[in-house]
Design a protein around this ligand. Structure first.
Ligand SMILES: CC/C=C\C/C=C\C/C=C\C/C=C\C/C=C\C/C=C\CCCCC(=O)SCCNC(=O)CCNC(=O)[C@H](O)C(C)(C)COP(=O)(O)OP(=O)(O)OC[C@H]1O[C@@H](n2cnc3c(N)ncnc32)[C@H](O)[C@@H]1OP(=O)(O)O
Ligand SMILES: Cc1cc2nc3c(=O)[nH]c(=O)nc-3n(C[C@H](O)[C@H](O)[C@H](O)COP(=O)(O)OP(=O)(O)OC[C@H]3O[C@@H](n4cnc5c(N)ncnc54)[C@H](O)[C@@H]3O)c2cc1C
Length: 615
């Protein structure tokens, strides 16, 4: 759409006091990534078939999938071309925005996300060298997905009921779904697209259950795409979001696969049925760990999209004067609006930095695991659980806050904020539900509190538990370091309170698991345990308000630095030129309800009633 840039946005950009490009390079993890991202964007933008004329919301459930899958295979081809042009496809998980253009293509989710993001990466991480040589061929016919959750079990995966029973007479595993609750349910791409999958199932050898293991199973014919005999597979129906992806269900009726289809890098079943244990029995959960780490950066990016839309809109939108004799003000001038939006910008940066840090930690710990050293895995797991949980919860709350900050127009699908919210809030549940993951972190903290309470040696990371017990905490200091000390006090205080409740429940004769359950609200909530006083809080509040005023002139510059193209934002409210009302009117004109001046329903249903007595 041509036309001049909105005058208010022009003024905002003139006010900016820092180098926007420099911040963009920092966000992209280096100028070379910015350049690479723009090259990929430009290349993909020129592929006409990837860009829709009709807004996706006007398509049916079936059309949405068909449109998305058409685009997904064009994108896959491009990714392969980029790969051969020395841009590594395996880079897709690094916490940079090089492939962010896909958010614009799908406005939702790539139906091959799990194929690219989980299927291949799980094979790469958990299959033996021989298996990888066979399966990771660039011209492979496999389109795969990651099949773990069942109708009856998602969080408590030890409860998974699908079985893989070794038959030594034929050297095969028999995959079986014993009852309705054992049907696989949810995996992305399973409904219509995948012809293969990685299945999480309970391994049985000679009547002994060895727990959960991952198996590669073909489920559809590579040529005809019909389900193989013994496979019942389909799509689960419309969801709150993710409707461009065909999440599916799957049941096995004694479906046989070769023994060599169990992922055998860390654990093996030999020809005679001998079971060779892994070095750590949670290595099978490795894909969940990696995805939780990756998600933190993805959620930071979703926050930057929401902030860009809401800040630009707030600079363009004028409503109400502050003083009655003045003209109407940009809504960005209201301090309450700044509070809603600037925290979103800040949170995006926080989770971007934390996501990068977690990514590097994951790389380091994985290298250690390759050397046989599992020592750092529990800490990484505890951190990934907590950060995935809070980043998804914060991101969905803040995206919703940005939507509300756009008033009625934020409720329009054309603002793209409802879609970003639906996408973001799903992350609170998938890949480990919020509370369930927080309880994993609580379990880790309580373990170290017990050591502290028993005056046993603690790792350096937990020295602050000892400080808390010895009342060594400093008085509150109103500084970044002081705030960190305050947080340490809160964690220590909360862990102590939860631990004390747990001990009290145990003393009252409860079994540990029940005592844990009774303490679980305390184990997941945070309270104020620091030495902060009422005066300190008031000082912090006024410092915060001063900072809002300092950020205000740079607000548009800060979101411009996220450098998110209009084709990715897909928002009438957030486009770079700020021509909000023109774009809204243009989008409205695309509604099929505007095709006829008089809709045929008038003649069928309305006129017979309204004109009844007059005919
Ligand atoms: C153009 C570009 C195109 C394409 C780009 C493509 C791709 C992009 C790439 C990436 C994607 C990026 C972003 C993603 C965006 C969107 C995502 C889209 C789709 C969503 C996918 C969703 C997939 C899923 O949801 S898969 C299913 C996930 N399921 C879960 O997470 C289940 C949760 N439950 C559990 O994990 C476990 O049950 C549990 C951890 C809660 C408990 O396990 P268990 O009962 O076995 O253990 P406990 O008895 O509680 O504990 C025993 C000890 O084990 C420790 N433990 C547990 N887990 C782990 C672990 N993982 N690692 C290490 N240790 C672990 C635990 O701490 C206990 O230790 P202790 O010492 O005994 O205390
Ligand atoms: C969009 C989307 C995509 C998905 N994609 C995939 C996929 O590709 N592959 C796949 O295998 N799965 C996938 N899933 C499934 C997802 O991983 C699970 O839904 C998720 O792990 C939560 O499990 P659940 O549904 O069993 O929730 P539940 O565990 O039934 O949660 C319900 C409630 O019970 C509470 N609860 C459960 N256990 C405890 C406990 N121990 N202590 C305290 N509270 C508890 C929870 O906090 C929650 O409030 C997807 C899900 C969604 C929404």
């Amino acid at each position: 759409m041509g036309g001049r840039v909105n005058e208010d946005l022009i003024k905002e950009r003139r006010k900016c006091t820092f180098d926007i490009k420099e911040l963009t390079h920092i966000i992209d993890c280096g100028e070379e990534n910015t350049i690479k991202r723009k090259q990929i964007d430009n290349y993909i933008l020129n592929i006409k078939e990837l860009w829709d004329d009709v807004p996706e919301e006007y398509l049916s459930h079936k059309e949405r999938y068909e449109n998305a899958i058409k685009k997904a295979f064009i994108v896959l081809k491009v990714l392969r071309q980029l790969h051969t042009g020395n841009i590594q496809i395996t880079d897709h998980r690094t916490p940079t925005n090089v492939y962010s253009i896909q958010d614009g293509i799908f406005r939702n989710v790539n139906p091959l996300l799990i194929h690219i993001g989980l299927f291949w990466s799980t094979i790469a991480a958990q299959a033996s060298t021989e298996q990888q040589a066979e399966w990771l061929q660039p011209d492979s016919s496999m389109i795969g997905t990651y099949v773990q959750t069942e109708l009856g079990h998602g969080s408590f995966i030890r409860g998974i009921e699908t079985t893989a029973t070794y038959d030594s007479t034929t050297d095969e595993f028999i995959l079986h779904t014993p009852r309705l609750s054992a049907y696989k349910w949810w995996p992305g791409g399973l409904g219509n697209t995948a012809n293969a999958c990685l299945v999480m199932a309970q391994l049985y050898i000679n009547g002994t259950c060895h727990g959960l293991h991952i198996f590669l199973a073909q489920i559809r014919d590579f040529d005809t795409h019909k389900p193989l005999p013994g496979i019942k597979v389909g799509e689960i129906g419309p969801k709150m979001g993710f409707n461009t992806a065909d999440n599916g269900f799957l049941g096995f009726d004694n479906h046989r696969i070769p023994r060599t289809n169990m992922l055998m890098k860390n654990v093996q079943v030999l020809r005679d049925g001998t079971y060779v244990k892994p070095k750590h029995d949670k290595l099978t959960y490795g894909s969940m760990l990696l995805t939780r780490v990756t998600l933190i950066s993805d959620l930071a990016y979703q926050l930057s999209k929401a902030a860009t839309i809401a800040v630009r809109y707030s600079a363009v939108r004028r409503q109400s004067p502050i003083k009655s004799n003045e003209p109407e003000r940009q809504i960005l001038d209201f301090v309450s609006q700044q509070h809603k939006l600037f925290i979103t910008i800040a949170s995006s940066h926080v989770y971007r930095v934390v996501g990068l840090w977690m990514w590097n930690s994951h790389k380091r710990v994985t290298a250690d695991i390759h050397e046989g050293n599992m020592g750092q895995l529990p800490e990484l797991h505890a951190l990934a659980c907590c950060l995935k949980a809070i980043s998804s919860r914060d991101a969905s709350a803040l995206v919703e806050q940005c939507r509300l900050a756009c008033g009625g127009h934020g409720y329009m699908m054309a603002s793209n904020l409802p879609q970003i919210y639906a996408y973001t809030t799903a992350a609170v549940t998938y890949e480990g539900e919020y509370t369930v993951l927080l309880l994993q972190t609580a379990r880790y903290l309580v373990k170290f509190w017990r050591l502290a309470a028993e005056h046993k040696p603690l790792p350096q990371n937990f020295a602050y538990f000892e400080d808390y017990i010895k009342k060594n905490f400093e008085q509150w200091r109103n500084s970044p370091e002081g705030i960190i000390e305050g947080f340490k006090a809160i964690v220590a205080g909360k862990t102590k309170a939860a631990y004390d409740t747990l001990q009290c429940n145990l003393r009252n004769g409860r079994e540990f698991e029940e005592a844990w359950n009774m303490a679980s609200v305390q184990l997941t909530n945070a309270s104020e345990y620091s030495t902060i006083s009422r005066n300190d809080i008031e000082a912090l509040q006024s410092r915060y308000e001063e900072l809002l005023a300092l950020i205000r002139p740079n607000a548009v510059g800060l979101v411009d630095a996220f450098d998110i193209r209009d084709e990715v934002l897909c928002s009438t409210l957030g486009a770079y030129d700020g021509r909000v009302y023109e774009r809204m009117m243009e989008e409205a004109s695309k509604s099929p309800l505007n095709e006829d001046v008089v809709n045929e329903s008038f003649h069928k249903y309305i006129r017979p009633v309204t004109m009844k007595n007059k005919l």
